[in-house]
Design a protein around this ligand. Structure first.
Ligand code: PFF
Ligand code: NA
Length: 454
């Protein structure tokens, strides 16, 4: 039987899929967001809840996304419709894909602003702007950057163009080629820097902060943040992994592949935490400082240390590469959909998408300067985009995808795509995706809603 292929192309082999999906997963979520939300939520207990969410909710849902994408070999919006129909259900399931594309735009807009900060720091580190800075000075440099909308705009624009250029190249000449170069570079840089951070002193303090479990610090709010982050960090709930799955070669086991991706993502987040918190404590900085944490602590550390300029430069290059490979996957589902449905060339589609996310990004970067007085539900636009996507839209997308894969896709189809026998392992996944994932996410939602309303 002739195997069905995506019109966009396919990954050369299973490892390219693993690397590409890991490229999507490993990003600002791991290196920037994970450390600062862990700091804001008190450390160990939060980390534990996060790990449980990855295992019980994230992994099964990622399998579901890959399964649906690979079955249909189309962009998420069309894949949901196609697979629903194949199993005898309404094509309206495509709306879940549509919500995903919208989440992708919203994430992209603030993601690109933070990636812009990273690029600014790459340049600054390269020029030696941070040599010898103390924490006050580092804080001032960061705040000055936030207040300067023109600089923010320049770097945001550069990042959008970088992403557009890769996605416009297509699955093989764009995404796959970028993956082959950037992912090995990312791992080498990460190892280098881990070694460096282990020599910063205060390593044990950082370790304890991450792994010492203190239940009293746990709130329902923190649980919601941990859950939302498990979706964000694994790129779930919006179709990115579904799109990548649609380019996956047949007859590669989805379970083992997905476990590898989730493990790598988790590892990078923990390593980032272990690199950042020792520095925070060494310089008596506040672990709960919020989004600026990484941008203030790291320059301080690098500013004081031997070889700091070079390592600081490499560190921000690493973060930039990680952000780049992630943002590519934020644009790909929408690009593939425009190509499939509107007979548009991929290049034109990418230019249109880039313009859209660029415009939205301006609203996000304005939060720190010209739009600082404008709030939605008490949040500035940047915080609102982050909150609405990570804590509401991605988990909601996750509920729908798990219900879809668990209850609507025919069992035979799932077995076939997962390349599994009807054994205990399959039932473990089946129970997770049918019951554990949707029920857990719904309960956490309901409790938070109740707490906000009452
Ligand atoms: N997983 C990425 C990170 O941790 O930085 C963020 C992300 C990328 C979320 C792609 C969603 C997505 F579709
Ligand atoms: Na991640």
């Amino acid at each position: 039987m002739q195997e069905k292929q995506s019109i966009h192309g396919s990954w050369a082999n299973r490892w390219i899929f693993i690397l590409a999906a890991t490229g999507s997963a490993v990003g600002l979520g791991n290196i920037w967001k994970f450390p600062y939300i862990t700091g804001e939520n008190g450390g160990g207990a939060f980390v534990l809840v996060y790990l449980v969410c990855i295992l019980l909710v994230g992994v099964p849902i990622m399998m579901g996304e890959v399964l649906v994408g690979r079955r249909a070999r189309q962009s998420p919006i069309n894949a949901m419709r196609e697979v629903a129909k194949e199993s005898g259900h309404s094509g309206k399931w495509s709306l879940v894909g549509l919500m995903g594309v919208m989440s992708g735009f919203m994430i992209f807009s603030f993601y690109s602003v933070v990636a812009g900060w990273v690029l600014y720091y790459v340049a600054g580190m390269g020029k030696g702007d941070f040599v010898g800075v103390g924490s006050e000075q580092a804080g001032a440099i960061f705040n000055n950057l936030l207040g300067d909308w023109q600089s923010l705009m320049i770097w945001h624009t550069v990042f959008v163009v970088m992403v557009m250029a890769v996605v416009a190249g297509g699955v093989n000449k764009g995404l796959e080629r970028a993956t082959r170069v950037m992912m090995p570079a990312l791992f080498v840089l990460l190892l280098l820097l881990l070694g460096y951070s282990m020599n910063t002193g205060h390593f044990a303090e950082g370790w304890n902060f991450l792994f010492k479990f203190d239940v009293s610090k746990l709130t329902w709010d923190a649980v919601l943040v941990a859950l939302g982050h498990s979706f964000f960090t694994l790129s779930l709930g919006m179709g990115a992994i579904m799109a990548y799955g649609s380019y996956m070669p047949k007859k590669a086991s989805i379970g083992g592949t997905v476990m590898t991706i989730a493990a790598m993502d988790t590892l990078v987040a923990l390593v980032a935490g272990l690199a950042i918190f020792p520095i925070v404590f060494a310089n008596q900085l506040d672990p709960g400082a919020g989004p600026g944490l990484m941008f203030v602590t790291l320059p301080v550390a690098f500013g004081q240390m031997a070889g700091g300029q070079l390592f600081g430069f490499l560190f921000f290059v690493l973060i930039g590469v990680a952000a780049w490979t992630s943002a590519i996957s934020l644009m790909e589902p929408a690009a593939a959909w425009l190509v499939e449905n509107f007979n548009m060339s991929r290049k034109v589609a990418c230019v249109l998408l880039a313009l859209t996310v660029w415009g939205l990004g301006i609203l996000a970067l304005g939060s720190f300067n010209f739009l600082s007085d404008f709030t939605i539900f008490g949040m500035n636009t940047f915080d609102f985009l982050d909150f609405a996507t990570a804590n509401i839209m991605l988990p909601l997308g996750g509920i729908f995808i798990s219900l879809f894969a668990g209850w609507f896709v025919k069992k035979k189809v799932s077995l076939d795509e997962l390349a599994m026998e009807e054994n205990n392992l399959f039932y473990l996944w089946y129970i997770s995706i049918r019951f554990i994932a949707p029920v857990a996410v719904s309960i956490i939602f309901a409790i938070n809603l109740y707490q906000k309303l009452v």
